[in-house]
Ligand binder design. Structure first.
Ligand code: COS
Length: 384
């Protein structure tokens, strides 16, 4: 749903210009230094990009899902690290509070997240619990008006920068599975919370992940999301439904950028006396990429509109994440292939994007988890 096309177009234009003029020229610097320059972080803040999906009464832009994916298409046309910086505040790092938080929790944290004054992070994965999220072992034991958290979270995006974490932990030690899981807001700096060393990743330099460790970390009971125990797994799944749609949109934007680069290269590179773009085998790679990007873009927009219409889009979000992230991987591969030897060295962005986009098929649920969600929902619907 697009509420006001004129205002949205202004936002899309300014994001697109910002990406072109400020972010793309700084991609290599970010990759080399593993850091996003502070002036760029400040500009991202000024543009309001930290609060895209946070309601207006808490200082955000309150974009509908359709509006949000249109913005994501634009932001993703540069290194994914830039998107990642603001991604958790708009997605998994804020949506637990937006969807299920108490009014008090919303008023306290959302304005800070929307303004980009703090970074929010989402702590679900553990060393022994990835795809099988309901088997997580971090515990939260009630002691008076606090919960005491113990456990380790792994690969937590933006953890080194985060001021708050949405942490899923077990509040009922006697019960196995999802029903014993609760979600908490834990502030960085709380005694008993510490960070591991920053992970050395394959790509996405400038976006950081690390372990988050809880050792007798005392969290006020008022920071239990929604004030209710046992519903934290559902909160996490609802957050991921939205996150998966957003990531699918990011895959579309990244693929569009890679294809644009590959097309430009193919038109400039001369072999056998003509531009390689004139050869049909190159054209096949360009055409397949174009068609697949168009398919993914159409899927993402359709699912976003359905979500805005209050439909349950758990299946569609997984379809989008599965197709768009796999598509993005194929486009990255063809983009390197079109560049030939130049695609294997770091002089061109193709090599960097190839590594950067590999993560899309893994985080916020692997392709295999998306397949599982889709098939399970199909079976459930057929039983009704
Ligand atoms: N929205 C709301 N509730 C949901 C839901 C959704 N999308 N998906 C599941 N639930 C509910 C179920 O209805 C069930 O509730 P009831 O017991 O009341 O019926 C509960 O949550 C448990 O669901 P389920 O039995 O399906 O859980 P499973 O342990 O079988 O696992 C998967 C479900 C595999 C889908 C889940 O663990 C998952 O998404 N894993 C991947 C995790 C992930 O994406 N990690 C990425 C890291 S975070 S960046």
């Amino acid at each position: 749903m697009i509420r006001d096309p004129e205002t949205l177009n202004l936002l899309l234009d300014s994001v697109s210009r910002f990406v072109r003029e400020r972010l793309i020229p700084n991609e290599e610097l970010v990759a080399e230094t593993d850091t996003i320059p502070t002036d760029i972080v400040a500009e991202i803040r000024e543009l309001g990009l930290f609060g895209l999906s946070i309601p207006e009464q808490y200082g955000g832009l309150n974009l509908t899902m359709e509006e949000e994916v249109l913005v994501a298409f634009e932001i993703a046309r540069t290194s994914p690290a830039f998107r990642s910086l603001m991604g958790t505040n708009n997605g998994i790092g804020s949506q637990g509070i937006v969807i299920d938080g108490t009014e008090e929790q919303k008023q306290h944290y959302l304005p800070l997240l929307a303004a980009g004054e703090i970074i929010g992070s989402f702590a679900l994965t553990e060393p022994g619990s990835g795809s099988d999220a309901a088997s997580l072992r971090t515990t939260a034991v009630r002691e008076g008006d606090h919960y005491v958290l113990n456990g380790t979270k792994r690969f937590i995006t933006n953890a080194p920068e985060a001021s708050i974490f949405t942490v899923m932990a077990r509040t009922d030690q006697g019960m196995k599975g999802a029903g014993a899981i609760s979600a908490f807001i834990v502030e960085a700096g709380t005694p008993g919370l510490s960070l591991g060393k920053i992970d050395k990743k394959m790509g996405q330099k400038g976006a950081h992940t690390c372990d988050v460790i809880f050792e007798n970390c005392r969290v006020p009971a008022s920071n239990l999301i929604g004030g209710q125990e046992g519903v934290g797994f559902k909160t996490a799944m609802r957050v991921l439904d939205k996150g998966r749609l957003h990531i699918a949109a990011v895959c579309v934007g990244a693929a569009e950028r890679m294809l644009e680069d590959a097309l430009r290269y193919a038109m400039e590179r001369v072999q056998f006396g003509k531009a390689i773009a004139e050869f049909q085998l190159i054209q096949a790679m360009l055409a397949d990429s174009k068609a697949e990007i168009y398919a993914a873009r159409s899927m993402v927009l359709d699912a976003a509109r359905r979500r805005d219409a209050k439909e349950d889009v758990s299946t569609e979000a997984s379809c989008c994440k599965l197709f768009a992230s796999e598509m993005c991987g194929r486009v990255a591969d063809r983009c390197v292939q079109i560049h030939g030897g130049a695609g294997y060295v770091s002089d061109y962005a193709a090599e960097r994007f190839y590594r950067d986009v590999r993560l899309f098929r893994i985080y916020e649920g692997t392709s295999q988890i998306q397949q599982l969600v889709i098939a399970r929902n199909m079976l459930k619907a057929a039983e009704l």
